[in-house]
Design a binder for this molecule. Structure first.
Ligand SMILES: Nc1ncnc2c1ncn2[C@@H]1O[C@H](COP(=O)(O)OP(=O)(O)OP(=O)(O)O)[C@@H](O)[C@H]1O
Length: 255
């Protein structure tokens, strides 16, 4: 299939993942429109992180397909999907603590711009990467913290650096895995606004796993509810939260 404006930014069809006889994901299918923000929620162990692993290429599904802008990327490794425009942040911090904020983001920018081992080309790439890193840090509101060591930041600011690193790779679709995990209540509002900006100002397509229901429901266009490795429901926050099967899943009743 060729890429085109009417095509979903990301789609999955009949996704399944079985490990040692256990079915971790089963018949998961949905499509995310360009510029849409989709929340992925569900009780612990529902398969949300595994779904993100399959989307980003860390895990290979045993059934089904992943389509990025209409292109079948199911067989592509992580770095090829990243090159095709898929960005991801993780539940746990992926920063180099001893490096500064700017150095962390510059590394991501350099990876995108293509490093060169030539001593003649290096200064040029380095300058371009520094410029790009500073732009992305400004976008997430951390311009004044570029010289701090990453390990000295609050959890909320670390998450913002991770988002800046992801943005430095120019993704068109981003996967945010529990961006609020470990973030103090005082930082949740600012981080929520950074994520809202990704969507509103950049038009980035965003999929976000998050346990903070108030954050998810206040941000997203639609919510997908996972339960026992299956897609239980998908729709607007109001419709999904009014769904009896979703209520039952959260109360631990059989659905
Ligand atoms: N490599 C694996 N081998 C065996 N079981 C696995 C593997 N990866 C995940 N699982 C199991 O699959 C299920 C789904 O796990 P997953 O981490 O995707 O859930 P989750 O919805 O992200 O949970 P949480 O909200 O707690 O992060 C769990 O029961 C988990 O133990």
């Amino acid at each position: 299939m060729a890429a085109g404006p009417g095509r979903p930014a990301l789609a999955v069809e009949g996704l399944g993942l079985a490990i040692g006889g256990a079915s971790i994901l089963s018949e998961v299918g949905f499509a995310v429109a360009r510029g849409e923000m989709l929340g992925v929620i569900g009780p612990n162990g529902a398969g949300k992180t595994t779904l993100f692993n399959v989307l980003s290429g860390l895990a290979r599904p045993t059934a089904g397909r992943v389509l990025l802008d209409g292109r079948d990327v199911t067989g592509l490794p992580v770095h090829r999907r990243a090159k095709a425009g898929l960005g991801r942040t993780f539940q746990t911090s992926s920063l180099f603590g001893a490096l500064t904020v700017l150095e962390n983001v510059r590394l991501a920018a350099q990876a995108r711009l293509g490093g060169s081992l030539s001593v003649l080309a290096f200064p040029r790439t380095h300058d371009a990467a520094t410029r790009r890193a500073r732009e992305r840090l400004a976008e997430v509101g951390l311009a004044d913290k570029e010289g701090l060591r990453a390990q000295d930041l609050s959890h909320g600011d670390k998450r913002k650096v991770e988002i800046a690193m992801m943005l430095a790779t120019d993704p068109s679709v981003v996967l945010l895995d529990e961006p609020m995990a470990g973030v103090g209540s005082g930082d949740v509002g600012a981080l929520t606004e950074v994520i809202r900006g990704l969507h509103r100002d950049r038009g980035t397509t965003v999929l976000m796993v998050e346990h903070h229901m108030d954050v998810v429901l206040g941000l997203v266009d639609r919510v997908a509810v996972m339960h026992h490795g299956r897609l239980l429901a998908i729709g607007t926050p109001d419709a999904v939260m009014a769904d009896d099967t979703v209520q039952a899943a959260y109360l631990g009743e059989p659905v």
